[in-house]
Design a protein around this ligand. Structure first.
Ligand code: ADP
Length: 312
């Protein structure tokens, strides 16, 4: 109630799958802009849910990192809707830059800078025992100084799953790792690393790398793009609840395949990409080890954040 009174809600900025986003400002200092994200809670879940969710999200407020969106405050309104007061980032997201091939040019140095920011954000989350679970270009917002900020953080875990989507927008499966598609109940930071790998691939080819229309289609496309998960390359995979692959086993793609497709980031860049897209989550590189990779020190150096391409 006190938190709610600190902010004034302004015009609607946009609508997402689970939320409406409004411009807001501090009642005491109207030059201080924020984004107020009002999460719609389905009626049958409202009873007692919002307070739980508030408690859950509160610890995210302590996650302070230059590449993670700042959560200023959380409050639930009288209708039990959950309101997140977030850093206002009006320059769009990485998806807008990737898609605007007519106007936005970028190269290997820019990709290295963006990937560095994303990897540090994910490393920081994992160091603090939080999984993001919904990393995709559209959740990477761009600050005025060029910094990329991981957003929609923790929402996937804390609130999204128990609620139905507000609109019929299908939640994208394109960044979902094979262990989740096979119904694994126990998973790790490796789920986020897979998504980071797919963002990396997409930054290079400027189109989603593995874009399935259904979960089954997504699994089939992973088999074709990466290789079929089997007991040989991933011990235990066939025991996962929803393990199903086509009879025709596709061998794991070799380095030459990745070089032909993603060679613009160099041998070392391709090596890092391949390590993020290892099928077995136990063998997949960790965010911590990603940061130790040689690619970051090879030429070209990452672009300085102030020199990165922006929305025109
Ligand atoms: P989605 O992730 O489905 O696009 P969101 O609920 O995250 O939906 O956001 C909906 C829209 O609100 C975004 O497309 C964007 O235009 C705007 N928006 C979200 N967060 C912010 C923010 N922190 N600052 C400025 N605009 C935002």
């Amino acid at each position: 109630e006190e938190e709610k009174r600190k902010y004034v809600k302004g015009k609607k900025l946009g609508e997402g799958t689970y939320a409406n986003v409004y411009l807001g400002f501090l009642r005491n200092d109207t030059s201080q802009l924020v984004a107020i994200k009002k999460i719609k809670v389905q009626k049958e879940y409202t009873e007692g849910m919002a307070p739980d969710a508030v408690r859950e999200i509160k610890h995210l407020q302590e996650l302070s990192h230059p590449n993670i969106i700042t959560l200023h405050s959380v409050f639930s309104s009288k209708d039990q809707n959950l309101n997140l007061v977030l850093e206002y980032l009006p320059l769009g997201d990485l998806e807008m830059l990737i898609r605007d091939t007519d106007r936005v040019r970028y190269g290997a140095a820019d990709i290295k800078a963006w990937m560095g920011m994303l990897t540090r954000a994910v490393w920081f989350c994992h160091e603090n025992f939080v999984l993001h679970r919904d990393i995709k270009p559209n959740n990477l917002l761009i600050a005025a100084d060029g910094e990329v900020k991981l957003a929609d953080f923790g929402l996937a875990r804390s609130f999204s799953d128990p609620y139905k989507p507000m609109t019929s927008n299908v939640i994208t499966r394109w960044y979902r790792p094979p262990e989740l598609l096979f119904g694994a109940k126990h998973y790790s930071g490796a789920v986020d690393v897979w998504s980071v790998g797919l963002v990396f691939a997409e930054l290079v080819i400027r189109t989603p790398y593995i874009a399935g229309n259904t979960e089954m289609h997504q699994i089939n496309l992973i088999c074709q793009a990466i290789g079929t998960p089997t007991e040989e390359n991933w011990p235990g995979v066939t025991k996962l609840p929803e393990y199903t692959v086509e009879k025709e086993v596709v061998p794991i793609r070799g380095r030459d395949h990745y070089m032909a497709m993603f060679g613009t980031v160099g041998y070392e860049g391709v090596d890092l990409l391949m390590k993020t897209l290892i099928l077995d989550p136990k063998k997949r590189v960790t965010a911590r080890d990603m940061l130790k990779h040689e690619w970051w020190h090879k030429d070209p150096k990452p672009t300085r954040k102030q020199d990165l391409p922006k929305k025109s």
